[in-house]
Design a binder for this molecule. Structure first.
Ligand SMILES: *Cc1c(COP(=O)(O)O)cnc(C)c1O
Length: 387
């Protein structure tokens, strides 16, 4: 293993492209000067495209969780009734945040590893008409599930005026997101997942309808009061000192996404998912989710006859290859491969080849090359040159 070599295949933080690294090394500038305003002005329209919204996407210095908290503290008041759909550890985080603010929470639990059913949520809302917001997770990173948020918004909007608030942290930028067309009210993401940046920036977009609710809320906190960020961003500035180095990086990351084309970016993520899943199928190792619920950005593998934690240790030690373990109730039971952001089909092939060796070294008998070949066949069928 070479000293500086890291194969970071966890679902965030993700690898940083060299041009983004270089952009972040730029000399510091004043945050109230013309250059910062120009930087923000050039970032704004490109971020909107990624979110699929006409609203300005607000930029806050903080990790992804600051976005979940911002959504709660701005759009909901203590004693309000909300519904949180929990499909894994990140859905559960919304419950904890709401409870910390004294909000009345209805928790809708879905078996970990499965997506929610929008029709069931619609029926639930019909029984509890006072619910004023529905919280959902787009990609549930802890299970590798991509939830049907487009269908959820349609179903909820049929029967309720509840706001639809979505944690898109581990997928926005890697999968199609059309906030306005789908009727999503608040969408949150963080910089260290599909955006190819280090942690430290949170992005949040808010619908007109949700802004009305936010303006009527008398207690929006201080640092995360989104009206401050909205008013200032309209003037190409920020209420507090922005993480300028990360903004330099964001500018370059958005340039890369633009150059590749968002549709191609999304196609690449879907292809990497299929390659990864097909490889494990060929190796006879079960996946946690079914095809329909599977995320384009993270794949959860559920070993039956070898130890997930031991396997993770082996590949880390042998190759510097990091994959994530299971969280909470899935701890020790699964491992999760991130394939998002600065990750290509070529990276997936390399990862799979290292994984096959790691499997053998952790005592699992497989035929070398079987998973890689299956992924290669998917690439030939659906990869770059055919698109
Ligand atoms: C990574 C992640 C978060 C945010 O985590 P931070 O550590 O606060 O950046 C939130 N939700 C999901 C779905 C995530 O994957």
């Amino acid at each position: 293993m070479l000293q500086d070599q890291q194969y970071l295949r966890i679902p965030g933080p993700t690898p940083i492209p060299p041009s983004v690294q270089r952009a972040m090394a730029q000399t510091m500038i004043g945050h109230r000067g013309q250059e910062t305003s120009e930087l923000l002005r050039s970032i704004k329209p490109r971020l909107k495209k990624v979110f699929g919204t006409e609203q300005d996407v607000l930029i806050v210095t903080g990790s992804g969780t600051s976005g979940l908290e911002a959504a709660v503290v701005n759009a909901v008041k203590p004693l309000d009734e909300v519904l949180v759909i929990v499909t894994g550890a990140f859905g559960a985080r919304f419950v904890k945040i709401c409870e910390a603010y004294g909000i009345r929470v209805h928790t809708y639990e879905v078996e970990w590893g499965k997506a929610f059913d929008p029709i069931e949520i619609k029926e639930y809302l019909q029984s509890f008409p006072k619910i004023s917001a529905v919280f959902a997770t787009y990609c549930e990173t802890s299970t590798g599930v991509m939830n049907p948020i487009h269908e959820l918004a349609a179903a909820v909007n049929e029967v309720s005026d509840a706001l639809i608030i979505v944690d898109g942290v581990s997928c926005v930028g890697g999968v199609e997101t059309r906030m306005d067309d789908w009727g999503i009210d608040i969408m949150v993401t963080g910089s260290q997942k599909a955006f190819m940046l280090p942690a430290g920036l949170m992005f949040i977009a808010v619908s007109e309808r949700a802004w009305d609710v936010i303006h009527s809320n008398p207690n929006r906190g201080f640092y995360l009061d989104l009206t401050k960020y909205r008013d200032d961003l309209a003037k190409d500035t920020t209420p507090f000192t922005p993480a300028l180095s990360l903004l330099f990086g964001l500018d370059q990351a958005l340039a890369m996404m633009d150059k590749e084309g968002l549709e191609i970016v999304y196609g690449r993520h879907s292809l990497m998912k299929e390659m990864t899943r097909e490889a494990f199928r060929a190796l006879g190792i079960p996946l946690l989710t079914n095809d329909e619920d599977a995320s384009d950005t993270v794949t959860a593998v559920q070993p039956e006859d070898f130890d997930a934690e031991e396997f993770r240790k082996v590949i880390k030690k042998e190759f510097g290859l990091s994959v994530a373990g299971g969280q909470e109730r899935l701890k020790g039971k699964i491992f999760r491969i991130g394939h998002m952001g600065y990750c290509s089909p070529a990276d997936v092939l390399q990862t799979l080849a290292m994984i096959e060796l790691g499997l053998i070294k952790s005592g699992k008998s497989i035929e070398l090359g079987r998973g890689v070949a299956a992924a290669q066949r998917i690439y030939l069928e659906k990869g770059e040159n055919d698109r």
